[in-house]
Design a protein around this ligand. Structure first.
Ligand SMILES: Cc1cc2nc3c(=O)[nH]c(=O)nc-3n(C[C@H](O)[C@H](O)[C@H](O)COP(=O)(O)OP(=O)(O)OC[C@H]3O[C@@H](n4cnc5c(N)ncnc54)[C@H](O)[C@@H]3O)c2cc1C
Length: 374
């Protein structure tokens, strides 16, 4: 087997990288351990900037169904704030539908795809279905627990948070035009509309053993909304980790998506980050090497990491969350501004200048939950 670029992993980041590289003329071979449709625990919210990046890849999100959402709600038992995105809606879409769109586009461009085919390391060499593969560049897009990352010697880094995540679907008409994040005693639940009669319910918790039903069950508002709604898919689980790596490239190996460092799921940014990284990687390789990708990768993750720290702070200290939600409820422009920063529409510095001390309370750096080798 020969190719210019070998990609391990056919999740959203691996497929986006395959498309971006193929668009620039590379001969791409992608292998995934599973067979489509590949599902995963995920809140399934695509932030508004995903439209732009996927359009650059030639993927039209509207062809995948789903449901648009025009902003976010943050709520706990005592306070609720909502705001719309400044640059148009995001879209909630089943992971399986998103994967179908990406696979169709990759195959239209001539990406070679091997499914049910894990990449395995043996005696220091990578094997695909028992065979050696000759490649110029190797891309690790094999997700949070990336084996390729370890194989390539790119594990060094810091883990800032680690929580448990879950997701299932329910047959019920979305009751509002926003993605809703509800904080409760056991964690957060996130509601994303994914169809006219279906919502995706995801939950994140720090507590071992807690499941989706426990988190939702501790949030009376959601218990009311979901009472009697049929669960249409089985519950899936995954860790959600905020991880920063020291490097994301070494020699002829590059990491993209969750394999290259991740942020807590509460930000709803994981998919959008993978698309941005894929585009940057393709530009970088077309320019002749991985240096521009290494240099630009940390910039892509900087703001989302900051937002993850803020949201995890709100999660860890209920008194702080209450204060922040009440401050934003009293001054709706504060939440609107924060959302504009979150989706990259406004620089953080302008938000801080405009809102002064109030912004400072929200943006103080988060405490590290755990540190050490990632
Ligand atoms: C509870 C929860 C809610 C979330 N909500 C959102 C949200 O609303 N919006 C958002 O943008 N993000 C969300 N995320 C984050 C998002 O799911 C991830 O950022 C995204 O899936 C990362 O994509 P990826 O392609 O890097 O990895 P993955 O989607 O994990 O794909 C990795 C692929 O690699 C394959 N693979 C693994 N090992 C091998 C191997 N050895 N050989 C070949 N293939 C291999 C796997 O089969 C898989 O297909 C959420 C995450 C969680 C846990």
């Amino acid at each position: 087997m020969h190719c210019d670029v070998l990609i391990a992993g056919g999740g959203p980041a691996g497929l986006a990288a395959a498309i971006a590289l193929r668009q620039r003329g590379a001969d791409v071979l992608l292998a995934d351990a599973l067979r489509p449709p590949i599902d995963k625990a995920c809140g399934e919210g695509l932030m508004p900037d995903s439209h732009r990046d996927l359009a650059r890849l030639g993927v039209d999100l509207r062809a995948g169904g789903g449901a648009e959402f025009r902003g976010m709600v943050f709520a706990d038992e005592g306070a609720r704030v909502s705001a719309d995105f400044p640059q148009g809606p995001g879209i909630g879409m089943r992971r399986t539908a998103l994967q179908r769109l990406l696979v169709d586009r990759a195959s239209e461009l001539g990406v070679r795809m091997l499914w049910n085919t894990p990449l395995l390391a043996k005696n220091g060499r990578l094997l695909i279905a028992g065979n050696c593969c000759h490649y110029r560049w190797l891309v690790g897009a094999d997700g949070l627990g990336s084996r390729l990352r370890a194989w390539a010697g790119l594990e060094t880094g810091t883990i800032r948070s680690r929580r448990y995540g879950f997701r299932a679907h329910f047959r019920v008409a979305p009751w509002g035009p926003h993605v809703e994040v509800h904080w409760g005693r056991l964690g957060q639940a996130c509601i994303t509309p994914v169809g006219s009669q279906e919502i995706s319910v995801s939950a994140m918790s720090r507590i071992p053993g807690v499941r989706l039903g426990d988190v939702v069950g501790a949030i009376p508002f959601l218990c009311g909304k979901l009472a009697g709604a049929a669960q249409t898919t089985r519950e899936r689980g995954s860790l959600t980790v905020t991880r920063q790596l020291a490097r994301v490239t070494l020699g002829n190996v590059a990491l993209v998506g969750d394999a290259s460092g991740s942020i807590d799921a509460i930000t709803g940014e994981g998919l959008a980050l993978g698309f941005r990284q894929a585009l940057l990687l393709a530009e970088s390789l077309e320019a002749g090497g991985l240096e521009p990708y290494e240099a630009g990768h940390s910039g892509i993750l900087a703001l989302p990491r900051r937002m993850a720290a803020l949201l995890l702070r709100m999660d860890g200290a209920p008194w702080l969350r209450r204060r922040a939600l009440e401050a934003m409820a009293a001054r709706p422009e504060l939440f609107r501004g924060l959302l504009a920063v979150h989706v990259g529409h406004e620089p953080l510095s302008r938000f801080v200048l405009r809102h002064g001390a109030k912004a400072g309370i929200l943006l103080l750096p988060g405490r590290r939950q755990a540190t050490g080798a990632a």
